[in-house]
Design a protein around this ligand. Structure first.
Ligand SMILES: Cc1cc2nc3c(=O)[nH]c(=O)nc-3n(C[C@H](O)[C@H](O)[C@H](O)COP(=O)(O)OP(=O)(O)OC[C@H]3O[C@@H](n4cnc5c(N)ncnc54)[C@H](O)[C@@H]3O)c2cc1C
Length: 391
């Protein structure tokens, strides 16, 4: 077991850190306040390989693995979680669904466009009626000659206003249960496809989140993604990898908040001392740093397994569950350390605090992840597989 990043991984991390500090940091607070997505960053991130981290070079990707991807998402999120979320949804959800389950024509048509930063990708599973119960989705797709006609709506979708391609899950056979759901590539200019205005959010305000509406939206047959009836199962596979990036995003948010706290404890004085000299503050700092490292180890375990092609449902779920809840605790303590100034918008810490909350909701709530993890554990520790002394 090797706990060190390679020279190449460290240089990728450093390059992204520099990019985030120079290009993203300067106006992150204004963009958050005005909820304006920094569109000019799309092409810049494409040029740096950030929008194609996990895709092969033949599709204009950076040809890297999930370890590098987790490093990239952590670095961006440590500066601006809105951009971390944008990058995570683009890579692991929208683009990865087309790359992983698309045919060669779809891959050639869409993936290089997305990895090169010509546009973002979006991925639409959640509906107004429910996100956790994804199997209950109501959006329909019916055949019309060679085409499909989509009707319904989606909500809370990341990136759609800047996405030329959105992967949409819809019910193609109401009788077939889970096997009656299929995925489609919906292109931005398709008639009958409308994107709502950006939603007014608690955090991640500069990331684009919107509702989608499909009113007799005609989708050509060539845009059916994967086989008919496989959409639900493929979506679950996509979420396995997606959770690694959301966990990495949470590690980044926590680290960003922690770094703000580390700066503040060395600047701020009380009772004639720098506040880091108080034992109560020292305990907070120690707990925060320990938890961040623990979460990163879980993220990197899942990433390393994913890079080896192993099944990661359990490990990505654990990483995302722990990292997202850790991130809330760390952001809370980091803000507490700032006292009253933590509550004021001039300091970035209150933004980390607000942004942190998404982690326990998106790509599987904490409640759902505990169910997923427990289900895997019951399978792993099935009675007949237990050692004799336990049975
Ligand atoms: C900023 C943002 C970006 C997002 N981006 C995307 C995106 O790009 N694409 C996409 O498809 N979705 C996206 N989502 C949606 C997100 O994945 C869902 O919000 C999430 O899955 C929860 O679904 P819900 O909001 O409908 O909550 P519900 O499913 O209605 O859940 C409500 C509450 O009930 C709990 N609950 C539900 N079922 C159970 C159960 N069986 N046992 C115990 N508790 C349960 C939940 O944990 C939660 O606490 C995004 C959401 C946000 C806020």
């Amino acid at each position: 077991m090797n706990f060190e990043f390679s020279e190449e991984q460290l240089s990728i991390r450093d390059a992204i850190r520099e990019f985030a500090r120079e290009e993203i940091a300067p106006d992150r607070l204004e963009k958050d306040e005005s909820k304006v997505f920094p569109e000019h960053l799309i092409q810049k991130m494409g040029d740096l390989g950030i929008l194609g981290v996990i895709f092969p070079e033949e599709y204009s990707g950076a040809g890297m693995g999930y370890i590098e991807y987790a490093l990239v998402v952590e670095e961006i999120s440590a500066v601006d979680p809105s951009m971390g979320l944008t990058v995570a949804a683009h890579n692991s959800l929208g683009t990865n669904h087309i790359y992983s389950y698309g045919n060669e024509e779809q891959r050639q048509r869409c993936v290089p466009h997305l990895t090169a930063g010509k546009s973002l990708a979006a991925w639409a599973l959640t509906e107004p009626g429910g996100g956790s119960d994804a199997f209950g989705l109501k959006t329909t797709a019916r055949r019309d000659g060679d085409d499909w006609i989509l009707n319904g709506s989606k909500t809370f979708i990341t990136n759609p206003n800047y996405a030329d391609y959105c992967v949409v899950m819809a019910r193609t056979n109401p009788e077939a249960g889970k096997a009656g759901i299929s995925a489609f590539i919906v292109e931005k200019d398709f008639p009958g496809y409308k994107i709502g205005v950006p939603m007014n959010k608690l955090g991640m305000r500069a990331s684009d989140t919107a509702e989608l509406f499909f009113e007799d939206c005609r989708v050509p047959g060539r845009n059916l993604l994967g086989a008919e009836g496989e959409g639900y199962f493929n979506a679950l596979g996509i979420l396995d990898g997606g959770r690694i990036s959301i966990a990495a995003m949470c590690v980044g948010i926590a680290r960003g908040a922690f770094e703000q706290a580390m700066r503040y404890v060395q600047e701020r004085s009380a009772f004639g001392k720098k506040i880091h000299q108080f034992q109560a503050i020292k305990i907070k700092l120690a707990d925060m740093a320990t938890e961040i490292d623990a979460a990163r180890l879980l993220v990197m375990r899942a990433a390393a397994m994913k890079d080896k092609g192993q099944e990661v449902n359990l490990e990505s779920g654990m990483a995302k569950l722990f990292a997202s809840e850790m991130c809330l605790r760390v952001a809370d303590e980091a803000l507490q350390i700032h006292g009253g100034y933590g509550y004021i918008k001039e300091y970035p810490i209150e933004k980390f605090y607000r942004d942190a909350k998404l982690g326990t909701i998106g790509e599987g709530t904490s409640e759902i992840l505990r169910m997923v993890i427990a289900r895997d554990l019951v399978r792993k520790y099935a009675i007949d597989a237990l050692p004799a002394e336990v049975s």
